[in-house]
Design a protein around this ligand. Structure first.
Ligand code: DSN
Length: 433
């Protein structure tokens, strides 16, 4: 393998050393954080390019700085590829990440103090969907909905009841820790009934939508928000898709001369951000190109096959999963009946080379600082080329860890080594590709 960081190696060995250690860590462990995967070398090359130097406040064709002919080319490529990928009318690829993208949604559609409907973090939602410690729960009023504690599924009749009673101005259809499919058509019917905006946050599931194994929100939603990293395998960044015209232009924004697409753009810049990160936008464009390929669709489908295989193998060993299994890329081990917490389990798994995160489960009696669950996802393992049969091995390791939590230091070195040897049989995108 050619040396990837020859200048850092010589001129800044401290950074070089930490990059090498992270590469070794990622190559020898099972990366099972549901919101992670592997970016390709072409994505990283684009992100490390000369475009890091350039200021380009504004949008293509209307910049506040000179010298942006090629910057416009980069941003237009990213926008056009995003629109093609998702069949969207308008794309904004400037948000620095998912949370800033969601902040822009609020600024485009609402006024501070407005009511919004979203899932609390404790139920599987995201911080920016109205959680109390985030700007979204402090500047706006969250009306919560969530999975039924018994079934683990979102009951759309219940969502409708809450929406009719509370009449929020905007509904978030999006999750960070929910293993089932979202019914955007049912969300849209509810939003229409109360004249609310409907916004999908697809950061966790965008590859599944592209691969056709999750319903598509674009036809139903006013705005769709996403990140470019996670399973999309691009750089850490956000993007927003929207319709051009606003159904509610006359009703809520009668005095505004801007349509929905323009309001989204103005909310991002100059509303929230300064210059776009063009080197990152170049990386997004590279990721979108790959996401348009048949190979990416196979990857998206395999993510779900692997998650279902892992869920089945764990349930066959007697483990409870929140929501009774998975239809997506993630599953949540439910340890409510065990003596150990989700945090105990995720620390023990990490010692053995299985990297996930502790997570609340619906109906959790433990605090968010320890929880009763562990969230695990399959995007990274699928990027490495793992298939259903490999999930049987992964389940066996998870089982061994959970059976030995009280003496984890005795078993961890052997399991860690077995996992490292196993990982060596796969090509790691961006590292050993
Ligand atoms: N932090 C991400 C996750 O892990 O789900 C969401 O932004």
């Amino acid at each position: 393998m050619t040396e990837r960081y020859p200048h850092l190696k010589v001129e800044d060995p401290e950074i070089y050393d930490l990059i090498q250690k992270q590469a070794e860590f990622e190559s020898t462990t099972l990366k099972m954080i549901a919101s992670e995967s592997f970016a390709s070398l072409r994505v990283m090359e684009a992100c490390g390019s000369i475009f890091t130097n350039k200021y380009a406040e504004g949008y293509p064709g209307a910049r506040y700085y000179e010298g942006n002919e090629f910057a416009d080319g980069i941003e237009n490529l990213a926008r056009d590829r995003a629109k093609e990928l998702f069949g969207a009318e308008h794309a904004n690829v400037q948000p620095y990440s998912g949370s800033p993208a969601n902040q822009a949604v609020y600024r485009a559609l609402l006024k501070p103090g407005d009511k919004i409907m979203g899932m609390p973090v404790s139920e599987g939602g995201h911080l920016t969907h109205g959680w109390k410690v985030s700007f979204s729960g402090q500047d706006y009023v969250q009306v919560p909905y969530g999975p039924d504690p018994e079934t683990g599924h979102i009951d759309m009749n219940k969502v409708r009841e809450i929406a009719l009673a509370e009449r929020p101005k905007m509904i978030w259809a999006g999750t960070s820790a929910y293993p089932h499919l979202l019914d955007y058509s049912a969300f849209a019917d509810i939003a229409r009934e109360i004249d609310a905006y409907l916004v999908a946050d697809i950061a966790h599931i965008n590859a599944l939508i592209i691969a056709g194994v999750h319903p598509d929100p674009v036809p139903y939603c006013d705005i769709v928000s996403s990140t470019a990293h996670k399973m999309l395998r691009g750089p850490r960044a956000g993007f927003l898709l929207s319709k051009i015209d606003d159904r509610y232009q006359q009703k809520y924004h009668a005095t505004s001369k801007f349509n929905l697409a323009q309001r989204v753009d103005r909310a991002v810049f100059p509303g929230l951000q300064g210059g776009p990160h063009l080197h990152i936008i170049a990386g997004m464009a590279a990721a979108f190109k790959f996401a348009l390929s048949d190979e990416f669709k196979d990857y998206g489908q395999q993510i779900v096959k692997n998650a279902k295989a892992l869920a089945a193998a764990l349930m066959a060993r007697g483990y409870d999963l929140a929501g009774g299994g998975t239809d997506t890329h993630l599953l949540i081990l439910d340890f409510r009946k065990k003596d150990f917490t989700g945090k105990d389990a995720s620390k023990a798994l990490a010692k053995c080379g299985i990297i996930g995160n502790f997570n609340m489960v619906p109906g959790d009696h433990r605090s968010p600082f320890v929880t009763s669950g562990v969230r695990l996802g399959t995007p990274s393992l699928t990027s490495m080329g793992m298939k259903e049969a490999d999930m049987e091995k992964v389940a066996a390791w998870i089982d061994r860890v959970c059976q030995n939590i009280d003496k984890i230091d005795d078993v961890a070195p052997a399991i860690r080594q077995e996992i490292a040897d196993f990982c060596k049989s796969f090509k790691i995108p961006g590292i050993s590709e």
